[in-house]
Design a binder for this molecule. Structure first.
Ligand code: CNA
Length: 260
């Protein structure tokens, strides 16, 4: 179960850190709360805010981090990883070549477009073109502004998210990385594990509203940078050589290990 913190080492700011996106957007648009930028009501009143944000949120040159590659490495080991639930919309899981059927994109993606009101699909290329030309695409059917399929506050998560979340009750272990676990319903996922299961939380700051309230007795909080912790895990498990080979094979087209 992962969030924006696993991508900061790739140069993508998270939301809630001091230099994160919330702070930047609130100051820029004079919003009353940082979350307000991603309210669907804000989008309907000022679609140009999000379009401008997308123009500056160019992810084309970003590369996956050690943590993304580690997630793929674990997935490649038979029957260890059931699903990777991600809140991220940066697509780095796919750049790390994690099999698509293992990933649950809880907050959507930038690969498809739609109308948030009537749900009519909209060509993402048309939306991307408009973003570059400082224009906004409106729905032919109902006239609402269209956007990529990223989930805003006040919007429903996909049916797939709820279906796959049901399977968490059969899990033995959840590894939670790089998330403040403040956004619902994602934040409740670790609670869906059975009592005996383990929850390992890797984050550089406190997680959850009240700290560790969702943690059970079988829990471990590892404070630190996800990439550094992941490297320690690889070392402890004596997987160093295997992981190195795996990364070479998966990232045939090159990976400069920005964060390594
Ligand atoms: P968040 O609330 O910003 O929390 C991120 C957490 O990660 C914070 O607790 C940080 O302290 C921690 N953190 C940051 N860098 C590291 C690191 N290198 N190692 C360890 N911990 C670190 O972000 P969440 O994901 O919890 O919030 C959910 C929002 C953020 C979702 O709706 C996302 O779509 C959205 N988001 C996504 C991206 C992305 O796709 N990369 C970027 C920014 C925001």
């Amino acid at each position: 179960m992962v969030g924006a913190g696993i991508s900061t080492n790739a140069g993508i700011p998270d939301f809630r850190s001091k230099t994160g996106l919330f702070q930047q957007l609130r100051d820029k648009h004079n919003l009353s709360s940082p979350e307000e930028f991603f309210y669907k009501t804000t989008f309907f009143t000022h679609p140009e805010y999000f379009y401008e944000f997308c123009k500056n949120f160019d992810l084309s040159h970003t590369k996956p981090t050690t943590t993304h590659l580690f997630m793929n490495f674990l997935t490649s080991k038979k029957q260890i990883v059931k699903y990777i639930f991600t809140q991220n919309i940066d697509g780095l899981e796919l750049k790390a070549k994690i099999p698509k059927d293992k990933i649950v994109f809880a907050h959507g993606n930038f690969n498809e477009g739609h109308c948030p009101i009537c749900k009519e699909q909209k060509d993402i290329n048309e939306i991307n073109q408009a973003i570059q030309n400082d224009k906004v695409v409106y729905c032919d059917k109902c006239g609402a502004p269209c956007k990529a399929n990223v989930v805003f506050y006040g919007e429903q998560l996909s049916e797939e998210f709820y279906q796959k979340a049901k399977e968490i009750k059969e899990g033995d272990l959840a590894i939670v990385m790089g998330t403040s676990l403040l956004v619902q319903p994602f934040a409740m996922l670790p609670r869906l594990l059975p009592e005996h299961a383990w929850r390992v939380v890797i984050n550089r700051s406190v997680v959850g509203k009240f700290g560790y309230e969702f943690l059970s007795e079988n829990s471990l909080f590892i404070k630190g940078n996800t990439d550094e912790v992941v490297k320690e895990i690889v070392k402890e498990c004596q997987w160093e050589k295997e992981f190195e080979e795996f990364v070479k094979e998966v990232m045939m087209d090159g990976w400069n290990g920005i964060n390594s």
